[in-house]
Design a protein around this ligand. Structure first.
Ligand code: NAD
Ligand code: MG
Length: 393
């Protein structure tokens, strides 16, 4: 891909990643045009994003928000649609690059709908791979898609993997910030409110991934993401806590060399890499200053205070539908925690309870199969939630 401008569609245009993509586009004038932008339910925010990006088409998933979207876009010349089919249309319009940044398994069908020969998919959404990684990777290969990891750890690892042939890889390590409860006792974390858990030390992100970072489920999801993206067995994947979030990922080779990816914790860096690959574009993000940082620290994750990591590892090792169930249960439990319906450890308790009940069975072989497993697991988790009701403090 070398002719400019390149046409880009942005799925999840009103979110945290969507905002960072907009920043990268603003810093690279003339390089990209925006074909389509899609969002969930906030018509005003979506219309604003579509106007700012100069999109040709805007799609909102919530069918009842269609009229408001049309009103907010009136006079702009931007076409629009509402409902899941409109989001699929946004994914399928003629574009060179599709950024997959819808949160949750809701991103699976639109991302797969965006697959096409020679098309680049810049993948921020990790739940696609956790829910249906085998199908997703096989389908991407079959359809001739160029898949680029936008998640910061995986982006760093993708870059580090170019240093040697895949057969020479001994271990791949992802770093985790440790989240807001890294230094809290289990008792303190157990009393955490949604507001406490939403205070991420290093990254500003959407609510769901911020809670996933507090439980460390995010790192568990990311191990599964790496397992599929890089075709690595679970035993070659590791996670370490690194509170500065400067080293994002490391690849250890059989000769003892370790190639790591470093950058300031700003999603504009992996976004710019994915959009410009294999070229580079200049970003205006803060530069890494190691002397100002002084030191970088690392520690082992505490699986007693953060049981999510072991749950995700067990689901990955079990294989089949287990990771799809893990993801669905986690989405339901995180939403319930954010609504104040369950306590902090209710999240991992609900995930564990769901896995115990419905994790056996084959890996989903299609989007429809993944969504069926997802729905079944969601119902089981929802029924378990009353057992983990938040205690009034
Ligand atoms: P967010 O909550 O800020 O944004 C989510 C976006 O998805 C919004 O635009 C929302 O309107 C849209 N959306 C929700 N449901 C939809 C639906 N059914 N159809 C269409 N659009 C829908 O989330 P985020 O933090 O930007 O994260 C997005 C994804 O990227 C997640 O999978 C997350 O794990 C991943 N990710 C995020 C970061 C980050 O720094 N924020 C880093 C790495 C990976
Ligand atoms: Mg990440």
């Amino acid at each position: 891909m070398s002719s400019f401008p390149q046409r880009l569609s942005l799925l999840g245009g009103t979110g945290s990643i969507g905002g960072s993509v907009a920043k990268v586009l603003a810093a690279t004038p003339g390089r990209f045009t925006v074909e389509a932008v899609a969002g969930g339910r906030d018509a005003q925010a979506l219309a604003q994003a579509a106007r700012a990006l100069g999109a040709r088409f805007a799609a909102i998933a919530d069918p009842s928000a269609g009229r408001a979207l049309a009103e907010h876009l009136s006079g702009s010349g931007i076409a629009c649609g509402a409902g899941p089919e409109a989001v699929i249309e946004a994914a399928q319009r003629d574009a060179d690059i599709v950024v997959s940044a819808i949160v949750g398994v809701a991103g699976l069908a639109p991302t797969v709908a965006a697959f096409g020969a020679g098309r680049r998919i810049a993948l921020a959404n990790k739940e696609c791979l956790v829910a249906a990684g085998h199908f997703f990777m096989a389908e991407a290969a079959r359809r001739g898609v160029e898949l680029l990891p936008m998640d910061s750890e995986h982006n760093a690892i993708f870059q580090a993997l170019s240093a040697a042939p895949a057969r020479a890889v001994e271990k791949v390590t992802l770093t985790a910030s440790g989240g807001p409860f890294r230094l809290k006792s289990r008792e303190e974390a157990a009393r955490a409110t949604p507001a406490d858990a939403l205070k991420h030390p290093n990254w500003s992100m959407g609510a769901k991934i911020t809670i996933d970072s507090a439980t460390l489920m995010n790192k568990g999801l990311e191990l599964i993401e790496a397992h599929h993206l890089f075709d690595l067995p679970p035993e070659r994947l590791d996670a370490v806590v690194h509170p500065e979030s400067v080293v994002h990922g490391l690849v250890a080779y059989e000769d003892g060399s370790v190639v790591a990816g470093l950058a300031v914790p700003d999603m504009c860096v992996p976004i710019a890499h994915c959009l410009a690959y294999p070229d580079r574009v200049a970003t205006d993000c803060r530069r890494l200053d190691l002397v100002a940082l002084g030191r970088l620290t690392f520690e082992a994750p505490d699986e007693v205070r953060f049981p999510a990591l072991a749950l995700a590892r067990a689901a990955m090792a079990q294989g089949g539908r287990a990771t799809c169930v893990l993801n669905a249960a986690n989405e339901v439990a995180v939403a319930a925690f954010l609504q104040g319906r369950i306590g902090f450890y209710g999240i991992t308790d609900a995930v564990a309870g769901t896995l115990e009940r419905v994790s056996g069975g084959p890996a989903p072989g299609s989007v429809a199969e993944a969504l069926a497993v997802d729905a079944e697991a969601r119902a089981v988790t929802a029924a378990l939630l009353p057992n983990f009701a938040a205690k009034a403090s």
